[in-house]
Structures are given as structure tokens and as C-alpha cells.
Design a protein around this ligand. Structure first.
Ligand code: PMV
Length: 317
């Protein structure tokens, strides 16, 4: 039996889907990257009595946490069972800069950070596969089905190419460009957006499957553009993807305004990211100065937050 530390920390990052959202549901490829500019940290501290949690959504007993913290409650439960430990005598403190329900993977990230913190606290080794298993089991219990993309992205450091049902394929982010991320400040509506495409698939199957397939082709081309350091080409592909996603009804006015503002401010391309109808958009900039200009234009147009991220060296500013 290992003795617990007095305190232990676990961390995770956000994620951004570059290309292939929605199409991935229908077996087409997608590209996603870890987003280390938005992070989450869970601290486990020794205490006595029932487990408490301190985060922006809840301060008090874990057992009385609100419904939208179901994933946290579940991941703690699943992890303690695996660790053969009891649900008592520690507190959880969670600090996050990943906005919730914006397609940045905050739910999986809180689970990743918490599993890591608990394993550190109880001084047990944790393999990457074990971590993914625990996070995915909790995500399925708390949210229903999941592709596993968020768990993989928020726990790793590698960009991934993903086709449903196939292993994740790491790819190299060898593109010298900047990504600007704009948060509409409004929760994304992934479930509704996925449902509306499913409805289109029924009412207009031929055209909808063509559009979905085209999104997959764009994701494949984007991977090649990234690997060959072709920012201008990548920007064009992103723009085309946004137009198709809009046609499929998963964008909204606010996202379209931000995309337009980014293009007017000199972006090489811009699109929504994730489920859409709220959440975040991304824009590609050829250099840092251009990225800052785009970020300003986005703030002026109405974002709750913007991030500028250097894709090339994977460096964090
Ligand atoms: O909004 P997010 O980051 O959960 O992304 C949803 C991605 C979709 O392709 C729209 C749905 C899915 O399950 O892959």
C-alpha cells in the first residue's frame, strides 16, 4: 500500500479541431491539435472527512456538485475504484483557462487533469493507455457516446489525424503560421448541430453526403499543406471548409461575422471549429503581426476571448 502525498497536481491542455468536424461523424478524416494556451490544473490536498471541490462552478461537497459537473464526479469515482481508494479525506481544487462548451475539450481536460492528480496523490504509476481508458469511461457515463478524440488531444502533445474506428495517427505541425482562436462567448451546440446534419442526411442524402465527403477531402489536403509548410493553401482549405459547414447549417451569424472580420483583417483563411452554432472560430495568419491584427479585429467584432498561437515550432507564447 502506497502512502499518499499531502498534495499532488495534475494538468491537461485544451484542444482545437483544425479540420473535419462533423464529417468525422460519417467516417471522414479530421485533424486536431492540443492547445496549450488554454490549460486546466487539478490539485488534490489531504483533508479529513468527505471530499470537497473548489472550482468556478461549485465550492463545497463533491456529492452535492451540480449536474454539469457529472463528468468530474464520475471520473473521481472511476479513478478511486481503479486505485482501490475510498472517497474521503482529500479536497479537489480546479483552476481552468479552458472555456466550457466551446469545443476546446474542457470536459475531457478536467477529467485528464483529475485522474493525473489522483494517481500522483496516491503515488501510483499511470500509463497513457490507462489514463485514456479512465477518461473515456467517465466521458461515456457522463455524456453518452464519445469519439475519444478529446481525451487523446487533451492528454497528449501531438497533433492527431483521426478517422472514426481507426487508430489515431500523429502528424507533424511543420507549418510556419499562427492560429488565432476567437471565442464567441456563447456555448456551442454540438448535439443540435450533429442532429441537424443527420436530418439533412435523411431529407437530402445525395447532396449532404457529397458535402460531408468534400469536408473529408479538405481535411486530407490540409494535412498535406501542413506537412509541406503551405500556409496559403491551408488558409484556402479552411475557408472552403467553413463555407460547406455553413451550407450544412452548423455555423451561425456570430461565427460568420467573426470569420468575415478575420478575413478582412488579412487572415489566410478562417472557419468555425468544433460543433458550431456558438463556441469558437479559428483563423490562420502568416506571421505574428498579422495574427495580432486579426485578434484585434475579432475583439472589436465581439469575442469574449482571443488566443494567438504559433503553430510552427509548437512554441507557446
Ligand atoms: O464541439 P466539439 O469540440 O465537441 O467537437 C464536435 C465535433 C463533431 O465532429 C461535430 C462531433 C463529433 O462527435 O465528432
Amino acid at each position: 500500500m502506497h502512502t499518499a502525498h499531502n498534495q499532488a497536481i495534475g494538468e491537461a491542455t485544451g484542444k482545437i479541431i483544425l479540420m473535419g468536424e462533423h464529417a468525422v461523424v460519417y467516417g471522414e478524416p479530421s485533424l486536431a491539435i492540443p492547445f496549450p494556451k488554454a490549460t486546466i490544473q487539478t490539485t488534490v490536498t489531504q483533508s479529513t472527512g468527505p471530499v470537497t471541490v473548489d472550482c468556478i462552478y461549485h465550492k463545497g461537497l463533491l456529492s452535492t456538485a451540480p449536474e454539469h459537473l457529472a463528468n468530474l464526479v464520475t471520473v473521481v469515482d472511476v479513478s478511486l475504484k481503479a486505485l482501490k481508494q475510498e472517497l474521503k479525506n482529500f479536497s479537489l481544487h480546479i483552476i481552468s483557462s479552458i472555456p466550457a462548451e466551446r469545443g476546446m475539450g474542457s470536459s475531457a481536460a478536467v477529467a485528464v487533469a483529475t485522474v493525473r492528480a489522483l494517481y500522483n496523490y496516491f503515488d501510483e504509476p499511470l500509463s497513457h493507455d490507462q489514463l485514456l481508458e479512465l477518461v473515456n469511461v467517465s466521458e461515456v457515463i457522463a455524456h453518452g457516446n464519445t469519439s475519444g478524440l478529446d481525451a487523446a488531444m487533451t492528454s497528449g502533445e501531438t497533433p492527431l489525424y483521426y478517422i472514426k474506428g481507426q487508430p489515431f495517427v500523429p502528424f507533424s505541425l511543420s507549418i510556419d503560421a499562427y492560429l488565432v482562436v476567437g471565442d464567441t462567448g456563447v456555448k456551442g451546440q454540438t448535439r443540435e448541430a450533429v442532429g441537424s446534419i443527420a436530418a439533412l442526411m435523411k431529407s437530402n442524402p445525395k447532396e449532404t453526403s457529397q458535402d460531408i465527403h468534400r469536408l473529408g477531402e479538405l481535411a486530407d489536403k490540409a494535412k498535406i499543406a501542413i506537412e509541406h509548410n503551405q500556409p496559403v493553401e491551408l488558409g484556402k482549405l479552411m475557408h472552403q471548409a467553413h463555407l460547406i459547414l455553413t451550407k450544412l447549417g452548423v455555423s451561425n451569424e456570430q461565427l460568420n461575422h467573426l470569420v468575415e472580420a478575420a478575413l478582412n483583417a488579412g487572415a489566410l483563411g478562417a472557419k468555425l471549429t468544433g460543433g458550431g452554432r456558438g463556441g469558437c472560430m479559428i483563423a490562420l495568419a502568416e506571421n505574428e503581426a498579422a495574427a495580432r491584427e486579426i485578434a484585434h479585429a475579432l475583439s472589436d467584432t465581439g469575442t469574449s476571448n482571443t488566443w494567438v498561437y504559433h503553430l510552427g515550432g509548437g512554441s507557446i507564447e
